[in-house]
Design a protein around this ligand. Structure first.
Ligand code: FES
Length: 150
C-alpha cells in the first residue's frame, strides 16, 4: 500500500476507497497484505485525470467499465474519452462564464439572495428542486399540497 500510495500520489485512504468502489483491484498476499498489479498505477492515473476534469465517482466507474478486461486506455480509447471530456469541459467553462457574468450584478451588493443572486443560486438550482423552502431539512418541510406521500 505504501509503495502504490507513494508512486501514485494518492493517500492510502483514497486507494482503499477506490478499491472498495471497484475502480481498482488488489490481490492479497498470504500475510493478508494488498498487492497491486502494475496496471493499477495507470488506472489511478486515469482516475486522477478524470477527477481533474470533474467527473463523479459514478462517471469514472462508467468510463473504466467501457475498457474491457480492466485494461488501461489505448490511443483509440483516449480519442473517444477526450471527445466526451472535451464536451464536459465546454459545459463547465460555459457555466463558469455565466457565473462570472453574474458577478457584475453582485459587486457592492452582498445580499446573496437565493431569488436573484447568481452566486447563491447559479442557474436557479434551488428552484429546480421544486416549490417551497427547498433548503430546509426534510423534517422541517411541510409536504407540498399537490403531492401525496406514500
Ligand atoms: S450578492 Fe446580491 S445579487 Fe449577488
Amino acid at each position: 500500500m505504501g509503495e502504490i500510495s507513494r508512486r501514485s500520489g494518492f493517500a492510502a485512504s483514497a486507494i482503499r476507497y477506490y478499491e472498495a468502489e471497484g475502480l481498482i483491484e488488489a490481490h492479497r498476499s498470504s500475510g493478508g497484505q494488498r498487492r497491486f498489479e502494475r496496471s493499477v498505477l495507470r488506472r489511478l492515473g486515469f482516475i486522477r485525470a478524470a477527477s481533474n476534469v470533474g467527473l463523479s465517482i459514478e462517471e469514472i466507474r462508467d468510463e473504466l467499465a467501457r475498457l474491457p478486461g480492466n485494461r488501461t486506455p489505448t490511443k483509440a480509447d483516449w480519442r473517444r474519452i477526450s471527445r466526451h471530456w472535451g464536451a464536459r469541459l465546454d459545459e463547465q467553462i460555459a457555466a463558469l462564464q455565466r457565473l462570472k457574468s453574474g458577478l457584475d450584478g453582485c459587486i457592492g451588493c452582498g445580499c446573496l439572495s437565493l431569488r436573484s443572486c447568481a452566486f447563491s443560486n447559479p442557474g436557479d438550482w434551488v428552484g429546480e428542486r421544486g416549490p417551497g423552502a427547498q433548503l430546509l431539512p426534510d423534517s422541517l418541510r411541510r409536504p407540498h399540497p399537490t403531492k401525496r406521500s406514500g
